[in-house]
Each structure stands twice: as C-alpha cells, then as structure tokens.
Design a binder for this molecule. Structure first.
Ligand SMILES: [Zn+2]
Ligand SMILES: [Zn+2]
Length: 331
C-alpha cells in the first residue's frame, strides 16, 4: 500500500471517529430540515398515524413562532416547543407528555406548558408523578405546567400569538385549537421615523401603535367527526373556515364502499372520511391550506398519495397537503 493511500485512509478513519465524514454530516443536516413540510408561511413536522402516535409541530419562521399540537410521540422536533396544546386523552395523543418533560429537562430547556382539556389536568399530573415514582426520582418531573383550558379561553403563547380552544366531536371529550397572531402596527403618522425616534416617542408616553390586528393563522382539529364543521352538535367557530393552515384528521380514505357507508364507518369511531372533506370543499374556500393527518395505519404511503391527490375537487386544488412521515420512518 502506497504512503498516499494509507494517509488518505487514516484521514477518513479520523473523520469517522470524530462523528462521521463531512458529507454524511451535511446529509444529516439536510435530512433534519427535510422532515418539515413547507406549507405557505409555515414549516410543519406532522408525525401522525391513527391509534399509534400524533404530534404536530408548526413553525412560522417569519414571526419566530412555533407551537406543538398533541403529544403522542416526543420527537427531536417537538422537544424544542415551549407550548403544547393537547386535544384529548387518547393514548396516541397524550402518552408522551412525561417523556417530553424529561427530554426538555435533559436538554436544558425550561419547562414547557401543556394545555389540556380541563377534566384531564389531575390525571396528567398524576401520570407525571407516577413516572417520577417508577424512575425513583424523588424530585418528580420538574415543574410540569399542566393547564386546563376550555372552549373560549384565551391561551397566551409567545411572539404575539394566542390560541382559543373549540369543541370537537369524538368518542371522548375533545377539543381543537385556533392559533391567532396579534400584530400591532405603527400609526401612520409615525411611519418613516427611525427606531431611535420611535423609542423616544414611546418613552414620552405617546401611543405609537394601532390596536393589534388579529389574524386566524392555524387550526388543529385533533380527532373528530366531520360534524366539527357543521352545526349538528356545536356551532363551529367562524374562524375555523378562515385560517391560513387547517390541520385536520382524515383517518379513513378508502373508496371500496358507497359514501353513506364510508361516513357511517368514520362516525362510528369518531373520525372523518376524506370524502366528507372533498364533498364539502366549498366550506373551505377561504382556508389557504389544508394538511391531512391521522390516516389509518392500514394504508400504505402510496395508497394515501393516490387517494388524496387523484380525487381533489377543483375548489381544493393546490391547497391540500398530506403528511406520511411517521409511516415512512417505519419502512
Ligand atoms: Zn387518534
Ligand atoms: Zn382519539
């Protein structure tokens, strides 16, 4: 073996021992970024399979905002989220709360806030205590901030955002969330001033901003029947039909029976059949984007892509997205 070849092999070994070569590191970074779907202004990591695990991270890089919906799986992506809004008590949506708390603690993050339907507060707290006991951790899981929230409450999030829960229709008590941005703007008379001058005016007690402009940004339904969009059970909040990103479950997508049977099958389990969304496409004319999640584990990624994209009604063309990342990772 020539000296040059040996030198090159040794260099590769050193790179490998340091944690992988440059190329694989770049691939890893790229891969991490790729797990987020770009949907309008949002980046979304939607990990979701019906009955298995659901947790959805939404980031809005232009506002520096992020939040997480449901905690059925604690991932590298959602562990960074400070605010977690939980839809209901089924295992696939809530079971990873203690893990999320512990991972944040290990990674040096401050405790997150977990917003849950009011009736679950004590049980989730007890669950965290039980985990601490199992781990023989006398200090418990550090400061789990479990907050009970109900329809109409206003949840203060960060970076000028807040969320409001709304009721959904499932086999157990459940709720979705609408996230709003509240942005103040400069009064027209102050536009054109430097930030130094604006700061001086504020210190002088002048009101330089307008009242906040409230925009419905994101809605998350969690598990629900399609009745969440009709007024058969509750009156849906009007903003549900105006958000920039609607994250909605479509647990069933099969088309091997007639529409009545499909709807019946979905309602029996407290879920939506994709055809209900497509048949009522008009309802979503003012929604910018729809992300479908929570497909049943019995469907392959290919089947999902085929059923979702081959039948899109005209009114929803270009608006519908689907996340199958949780299934892809298992392949
Ligand atoms: Zn579920
Ligand atoms: Zn459920």
């Amino acid at each position: 073996m020539s000296g040059n070849i040996l030198k090159s092999l040794l260099q590769k070994c050193v790179q490998y021992c340091k944690g992988g070569n440059v190329k694989s590191k770049r691939n890893m970074a790229q891969h991490k970024d790729d797990v987020f779907l770009q949907i309008g202004d949002f980046k979304v990591f939607a990990w979701s399979i019906s009955g298995i695990e659901t947790s959805v991270v939404v980031r809005k890089p232009s506002d520096g905002f992020d939040c997480c919906f449901d905690m059925g799986y604690s991932s590298r992506e959602n562990v960074k989220c400070q605010s977690v809004m939980i839809s209901h008590g089924h295992m696939d949506h809530i079971s990873a709360v203690p893990q999320h708390i512990k991972k944040r603690e290990l990674l040096g993050g401050k405790p997150a806030s977990y917003y849950v339907p009011e009736h679950l507060v004590e049980d989730v707290q007890e669950l965290c205590n039980t985990y601490a006991k199992i781990c023989e951790n006398s200090e418990g899981l550090k400061a789990p901030n479990i907050c009970g929230v109900k329809q109409g409450d206003r949840i203060k999030l960060h970076k000028g955002h807040f969320a409001v829960p709304f009721p959904t229709v499932h086999r157990v008590k459940s709720q979705g969330y609408i996230v709003y941005s509240a942005k103040k703007q400069l009064n027209p008379e102050f536009q054109g001033l430097s930030s130094k001058e604006i700061g001086a005016r504020i210190r002088d007690g002048e009101n330089v901003h307008t009242d906040p402009v409230i925009t419905p940004e994101i809605a998350f339904t969690g598990d629900t029947t399609f009745q969440v969009f009709t007024n058969e059970v509750y009156d849906p909040p009007p903003d549900l039909f105006k958000v920039k990103l609607l994250i909605v479950e479509a647990t069933y997508i099969n088309d091997d029976c007639n529409i009545e049977e499909r709807v019946q099958q979905a309602r029996k389990w407290g879920h939506i059949h994709l055809s209900e969304i497509y048949e009522n496409a008009e309802l979503f004319k003012d929604v910018d984007n729809i992300l479908l999640i929570h497909m049943s584990d019995k469907y392959s990624c290919r089947y999902i892509q085929e059923k979702v994209f081959s039948n899109i009604p005209e009114a929803l063309k270009g608006k519908v997205h689907v996340s199958t990342i949780a299934k892809e990772r298992y392949l």
